[in-house]
Design a binder for this molecule. Sequence first.
Ligand code: KIV
Ligand code: ZN
Length: 396
Amino acid sequence: MIHNRKIIVLDTTLRDGEQVPGAKLNVQQKLEFAQQLKRLRVDIIEAGFPASSQGDFQAVQEIARSVGGSVGITALARAVKNDIDAVYESVRIAQDPLIHIVLGASNVHVEKKFNRSKDAVLQMGVDAVKYAKTLLPQVQYSTEDASRADFEYLWKTIEAVVRAGATMINIPDTVGYAEPEEFGELIRKIQDRLKNLSDATILSVHCHNDLGLATANTLSAVKNGAKKIECTINGLGERAGNASLEETVMALKVRESLYRCSTNIDTTELLRTSRLLTHLTGLDVQANKAITGENAFAHSSGIHQDGLLKDKQVYEIMSPEEVGAESMELVLTARSGRHAVKHAIAKLGFDTSDADAFEGVFQKFLTLADAKKEVYDHDLYYLLNDQREQPEHGNR
Ligand code: KIV
Ligand code: ZN
């Protein structure tokens, strides 16, 4: 098969994802998640927004120190010296550090947010890139709200910041306004001009999900020449979230002959990464969520089960094992015994070796199973968290 553009995957769960209500993580939790992102083999981790707080600065620095030997590390800065200094100081220890600068590019951002002329805002961006380049060779520039920007001004900005030294240009659909065909055309137009200006500059996209189109827009951008994608695990992010890493990566993999590109992601780590995030943030994934939802590989209709028993391909476009799920699915009910419940709990990553603690969970499980028809993983999470709040049954 002829492909193969390698698509760079930047994970921004720890920056764009972590800023959502209820998802705040401490330094230790961020570190644990970054280590899992390394196992997932993302190319770049966006570890935070270090100018926002001392805690964020420290977390980015710890991540750069502990996982930055084998994965690219970046963090976000507004186009101001203090922010850029904070990014530089926190990521510099990494092997492959990158400064990420963001500045509004749409009329509404320029006029309402900055209340300056377009030329003055553009100059701010150029000055920021020039300053960042005195610190590090790799600088990404994000044209915030690009999908609502006037194209000629957007291009003028891109041209100026590339000339100033930006090595990656990121096109964000900040408010999830874009539509796949239109966003693809925008990327094609930019890529066509960019290759004449500087072939080495990497064109990247960053899509939000306000209309449920973030994954579709990201894929359309890849089809039209984007070389880098920015995503989050479980699609966690501002408002309706960001493009989901697991959906985008699996679409590229399952439809490889269509997209003619691949990523470095170890897809067998996807489910583990999703579950770790759920565990750390307490934010559940909807049961029917593609790839990482509990029902993503569950077949319940008799017709489907019959077809699957004849040949899995009849109703399966990817195997559960490819994303790190087990093919066998146990549906827990009041008739399930201790063995099945223990198996399900261990699958969630909890320690089941303390017999008294397990017995406590099992009795709660029986009560719940009597009240509900089926007990799902998220029910077990609640049971286990409940149990964990009682110190003598600390479970993980
Ligand atoms: O959504 C957005 O525009 C961003 C930028 C910082 C890339 O998160
Ligand atoms: Zn964003």
